[in-house]
Write a protein that binds this ligand. Structure first.
Ligand code: ZN
Length: 141
């Protein structure tokens, strides 16, 4: 038993260290690259969610809803780490927040077993996606 407990404790320490490691500390990906990658991922996930909703099958994009929820919450801090200029950072934060509210609404509806229509979220989703794409373009420059 004692041996087991030690093993468990050691793996706890390992986990704690793993969690506390700063993003990018162990990988060779630069903050700018990881920001770009997350951004691209956010755009494609939003497109998939939009398409699924337009098809009347929001459940088909349930995984993406969760993925993008995390992504959108991370984007502002990733932007800061990547030293994006403050005006762009602000747009990123605003866009991420607005889109997150829409995503959250769709996810909540799915969990509550409520029907969610594309028209209910179309405006927020489309404008969020358009803003994401615009930002993605400006980040490439
Ligand atoms: Zn969900």
């Amino acid at each position: 038993m004692r041996f087991l407990r030690i093993v468990v404790c050691l793996s706890c320490i390992g986990l704690t260290f793993g969690c506390e490691a700063k993003p990018g500390a162990t990988s060779k990906v630069s903050p700018a690259e990881s920001f770009q990658a997350s951004f691209t991922q956010a755009v494609s996930a939003t497109q998939k969610i939009r398409d699924a909703l337009a098809d009347g099958k929001p459940d088909a994009a349930h995984d993406e809803l969760h993925d993008i929820g995390h992504l959108l919450q991370e984007l502002p801090s990733l932007a800061k780490a990547a030293a994006i200029d403050s005006a762009t950072s602000e747009s990123v934060e605003k866009t991420a927040k607005g889109l997150f509210d829409v995503i959250d609404k769709v996810d909540a509806a799915l969990h509550d077993g409520k029907e969610i229509k594309y028209d209910d979220v179309k405006e927020g989703l489309e404008s969020g996606l358009a803003d994401l794409k615009k930002l993605a373009e400006s980040l490439k420059k």
